[in-house]
Design a protein around this ligand. Structure first.
Ligand SMILES: [Zn+2]
Length: 440
């Protein structure tokens, strides 16, 4: 090859490189990075807490040209045209009148009564309207309009303090609410609501719904049990509350809250077979009717929660995504997955943030296809230094994408995937911890 030809090839290569780099927007979070508390992670009893290391060591592709070109590129994906009036679902567990008596030992699942009253007053002062499950179903299935700024108040498990501490406040405000009870807990009569408590709450107008039979982490159990055992266990876990609540309280639950917010295709399919109409996760964020009926989002209310954080729960709308990877509720093997999705809404790309758990992630965004991508990786040598090991632990992980649309409206979407444990076939202490809700 002659000198001239070689030079030309070089130039061509450089041009190609610049052009390809310019097509992407890259984002590298600066640490420390403030993570909204609303996106805090629920931990399963074992190993779900995302332990991803901060991504400050990640090398991302970047180009100074990228930001100038991005706005002028024409999108090939249409904006979401679906129904877009959001409703929020709040999820509480237990309550306490005197949190100061617990000192540092107070579980985040025990919410102070005074703070709960503040939150209920906040709803009232801001025109946010608590709705019943019937109202939600009439809207969801019949298109009957919801009141302005609708919120569904849900209470999981069935602890006694729901009656003693929470219920008086709910009555004060005349708000509806939903009890998701797991039936073994009520049958065993430990620190749970009595049948009379539940009847009183039912007579007041609260909905009685299902939180399974024994509050197992159904995903972990599926990994651990034989397919045959699991096929026997899963239908019973889902059907028992229906027959129990029918027998004791004369109503038929039609909605389910997944224990620990854990779900996958098998669990969702069985939920459908058992005739549940709606099912609730603990993926935070708003809902509209584009959210799958059996994967509705719920915001966990954990103690402490600042007033600002609570108020912020009612701001965002749904960010509409497509082609998400790993899929919503997918159980995967890889500890270094590629996270990717296509953003359907028209958003300001500069406002896009990606989190796995509470950890902000770098990403590469292609304004043409609207694809957002992050690749986790094991530690490897890059030049003179090692990149940080980003391997994710076995267990559940939340992915959250936030962005602002061109009306300045915040939007977000969170989904859940799970990395399988390997070699799970002997009984471990972990499973015992899964059984109860001692940590609440
Ligand atoms: Zn629960």
């Amino acid at each position: 090859m002659g000198l001239k030809a070689g030079l030309r090839l070089w130039l061509l290569l450089v041009l190609l490189l610049v052009a390809s780099a310019a097509a992407y927007i890259t984002f590298k979070p600066e640490l420390p990075f403030s993570v909204p508390a609303a996106l805090m992670v629920v931990s399963e009893p074992a190993s779900v807490t995302p332990t991803m290391s901060p991504v400050s060591g990640v090398v991302v592709e970047s180009s100074p040209l990228a930001s100038t070109n991005a706005e002028t590129l024409v999108s090939t994906v249409g904006p979401a045209s679906e129904d877009d009036s959001p409703f929020v679902v709040l999820c509480y567990h237990r309550f306490v009148v005197h949190p100061e008596n617990f000192k540092e030992k107070l579980s985040e699942y025990r919410f102070p009564q005074a703070e709960f009253r503040w939150q209920m007053q906040y709803l009232k002062d801001h025109g946010i309207t608590p709705i019943s499950m019937t109202q939600l179903k009439d809207y969801w299935f019949g298109g009957k309009p919801l009141p302005a700024k609708p919120v569904l108040l849900t209470f999981d498990d069935g602890f006694r303090s729901l009656y003693d501490v929470m219920f008086p406040v709910l009555k004060e405000f005349k708000y509806p609410g939903v009890l998701f009870i797991y039936t073994d807990f009520i049958r065993d009569q430990g620190d749970s609501l009595t049948l009379d408590d539940i009847k009183a709450m039912q007579n007041y107008g609260m909905d009685l719904e299902s939180h399974t039979k024994s509050h197992l982490n159904l995903g972990y159990v599926e990994e651990k049990k034989s397919a045959k055992d699991y096929a026997r266990l899963l239908p019973l876990e889902l059907s028992d509350p229906v027959t129990y609540i029918q027998k004791e309280f004369g109503v038929t639950p039609t909605t389910l809250a997944y224990p620990y917010g854990v779900y996958n295709d098998d669990i969702v399919n069985e939920t459908q077979r058992e005739n549940y109409q709606l099912a609730f996760t603990v993926n935070p964020g708003p809902n509209d009717r584009t959210v799958p009926a059996l994967k509705l989002k719920r915001d966990l209310i954990l103690n402490p929660m600042s007033h600002e954080t609570f108020a912020a729960l009612f701001e965002p709308r749904v960010l509409h995504l497509d082609h998400i990877q790993p899929g919503d509720g997918e159980f995967i093997e890889s500890h270094t997955p590629t996270i990717s999705m296509v953003i359907k809404d028209d958003v300001d790309y500069k406002s896009i943030r990606l989190f796995v758990g509470t950890a902000p992630c770098s990403y590469r965004y292609d304004p043409k296809t609207r694809e957002l991508k992050h690749q986790f990786h094991k530690a490897m040598k890059s030049g003179d230094h090692y990149l940080k090991d980003q391997s994710l632990k076995s267990g559940g992980h939340f992915v959250t994408v936030e962005a602002k649309d061109f009306n300045g409206v915040k939007r977000n979407c969170t989904w859940y995937f799970r990395i399988k444990h390997s070699g799970l076939n002997v009984a471990t202490k972990k499973e015992d911890r899964m059984k109860g809700v001692d940590d609440k």
